[in-house]
Design a binder for this molecule. Sequence first.
Ligand code: F6P
Length: 545
Amino acid sequence: MQLNQLPEWQALGEHRDEIGERHLRELFAADPERFERLTLRHEGLLLDFSKNRIEARTLELLRNLARACDLETWIERMFAGEPINTTEGRAVLHTALRHRGDTPVMVDGVDVMPAVREVLDKMRAFVAAVHSGEWRGHGGQPITDVVNIGIGGSDLGPVMVSEALKAYRHREIRVHFVSNVDGAHIDETLAGLDPATTLFIVASKTFTTQETMTNAHSARHWLLAALGDESAVARHFVALSTNQGAVESFGIDPANMFEFWDWVGGRYSLWSAIGLSIALALGMDEFERLLEGAAAMDAHFRETPFESNLPVTLALLGIWYHNFLGAETQAIVPYAQNLHRLPAYLQQADMESNGKTATRDGGFVAWDTGPVIWGEPGTNGQHAFFQLLHQGTRLIPVDFIVAARTPYSGEHHELLLANCLAQSAALMRGKTTDEARAEMQAQGLAADEIERLAPHKTYRGNQPSNTLLFEVLDARALGGLIALYEHKIFCQGIVWQVCSFDQWGVELGKQLAGRLLPQIRGAAPDASLDASSAGLLAQLKTWRK
Ligand code: F6P
């Protein structure tokens, strides 16, 4: 049945009209136990969702909707390896990559766990060899720098995690990431490196992605120009891919290929061999701790009733805002500088998954799907876009992410914590015009000045947020955090009736770039080009002469 025809959906619409714009201040004042009732815990994570525009009935209705959408069945279908990526005919089993213990995980009647463990063992041996200096470059020198060449899921996860956990990094090895086809990225990265001590990881599920292949060929050229011997490639290039034929054609020995499988989606692949750069940056033990944290979140997601299930709760809150209260975006604001790539990582995870209009059964949605995901670390965001959150006209739910303890300077961390808590409180409470007036009176301002400034000093408040408070954001906790968002996105896709696992929307641009490239290089203009593209092409040709 169409989602918006479900009685559970309609009940939520009616509930929204009933509770209207009830202010969060009122909700807190009416219920001294609101925090206790609207918090959930998992390991060293406390999710405070009390600063949301919800009442007990809202949650009940949202859970009814999830049940009407068969969410429980879909969760089981994913974990059981059913081909729920229906447009590509594949299972969706990134959870198998972090599965612990001896129980099998079946895909098409085959237990995938022996192959998963074999790749983990191969990664462990390789990381140990690079770290110990046993793995040497062509000229016999140990590796000092690793360059991961990949884009999208073959870049964003590894770079986000390596940055997030850099307090725990391996001090001898520097890991760099090159993703953009803009030559600036690879040229500037290689400028500081020595070919004799540099190892390249070519990370690509398909091994056909234009940006990655172009960068990999440039890296190969750079290496061979310095070392002058084709056989150097074997000591300086490894590949992470599902496509052995293409890896071999590039000239990488299959012995130096770390395999993964088509049931691992690109944006869910950091747990696979795609995580090799993370393991080289941090050590294999840290990488395994990341997997363990994600596995613990998987178990929580699969086994916990909706009432206390963290991913389900976050997903349903998002549905409330995006489908019933008109919010179009979701801000991700980690109060942790090292999580500075988390918003970018979640942009791909969420927007490539749920930025869809086709329904699973081949129709089109008549409701909003994936939100725009954006954000920056606090406190920096406070000095940039928070003005709009506090006094702008839009409803923007915010996820605050912060840890009680960090390995960094304590005094700074106290300030960071105070700011994080202050922002969510300010967004929730706001400041009434009367409060603004009273403050100015206390400061001794003249009456006409008070009236002139009062509207500008008023904050309507009632801006919702979640706070994800961690005891510490180590590898295990980060693994859990990423898995939490993965599952949240999954749940929303199920409710919105889209296929969250394909990404057909990126293909058209690739096709058009393929047509335009020869014209950029000088071929005659294609008469079927639209006037804007033809005009831009003509100007480019003039300026590039
Ligand atoms: O942009 C589309 C996409 O297929 C992403 O889903 C993927 O993460 C990225 O390209 C990179 O793909 P690959 O790992 O095959 O190079």
